[in-house]
Design a protein around this ligand. Structure first.
Ligand SMILES: [Mn+2]
Length: 272
């Protein structure tokens, strides 16, 4: 019998039909395991169904910017934006406490191990200067403060803090910067400053390069890094060990999963 496989699923964003079809493909005998790269909800048509499935089936994920956005709305720190957000059916369900409790247990960075190889999963990315230990420490800094004081966490989260900041300086700004690294980063300068405005493949400024194009210390400790968030890349990083799996299902592309045993990718076309 073939060995069991582990998969990481890309940005679902409320694309429930594609999500269910992808699960049928990757886990036909309910033996394989899968984990999500975040952005389970928002922008797509059926966020409420994705969410119900996630809660009922104990699906695990790292946190993406849209997952944090949902939590912030549920907690009352942010308003649902009628023009952009598609989560009104979730808000009508009166499941705020359940959802916040469940999502608060999701990490920002997660190690998945298979065949003695480690894969690091984050929604947007990690800093090149971070070792695995640094990455996990930054994750812990955020998850600790999220669990300790969710209201405080979300009421100060929204910010385009783009400059790196040390642990000792200002906790609020440090947290904002780390959240932006893990859940929103695309382009980065050589001194770890973020360009949070550009969403296409190339930054307007030469100072900023895709975060994965730098040499990553973390790759001394893990075999691969898997991320989502950046649909415009269509999965192309030109890097053997850093794999992007947001293939833009919500924009009419496809929903992808990467098998971390052999790095093969399966996709389901968007039904849009
Ligand atoms: Mn995202």
């Amino acid at each position: 019998m073939k060995a069991k496989s582990k998969f990481i699923i890309g940005d679902i964003q409320g694309c429930y039909k594609e999500f269910k079809n992808l699960i049928k493909l990757i886990d036909p005998n309910k033996e394989n395991k899968f984990f999500c790269v975040g952005d389970l909800v928002n922008r797509g048509p059926e966020s409420e169904k994705v969410l119900d499935y996630v809660l009922e089936n104990n699906i695990q994920s790292v946190l993406g910017n849209h997952d944090l956005h949902l939590m912030a709305i549920l907690i009352g720190a942010k308003k649902h934006n009628k023009k952009k957000d598609t989560m009104i059916k979730i808000l009508n369900k009166n499941k705020a406490v359940e959802i916040i409790d469940y999502f608060s247990c999701f990490p920002f960075a997660k190690i998945i191990s298979t065949n003695n190889k480690k894969t690091l999963v984050t929604h947007a990315g990690v800093l090149p200067s971070w070792t695995l230990e640094d990455t996990l420490n930054a994750n812990e800094e955020l998850t600790d403060s999220l669990k300790r004081d969710p209201e405080g966490f979300f009421s100060t989260m929204y910010s385009d803090r783009s400059k790196a900041i040390s642990k000792s300086t200002n906790k609020k700004n440090r947290r904002r910067y780390l959240i932006n690294v893990f859940t929103r980063m695309r382009f980065l300068s050589s001194n770890n400053k973020l360009d949070l405005q550009t969403k296409i493949k190339k930054s307007g400024s030469k100072k900023f390069q895709p975060w994965f194009s730098y040499e990553h210390k973390c790759l001394n400790d893990v075999e691969n890094i898997v991320f989502g968030h950046w649909a415009a890349l269509n999965g192309v990083t030109n890097h053997n060990n850093i794999k992007g799996i947001d293939l833009g299902c919500v924009w009419g592309g496809s929903l992808a999963a990467i098998n971390i045993n052999d790095k093969s990718i399966i996709t389901v076309d968007s039904q849009k």
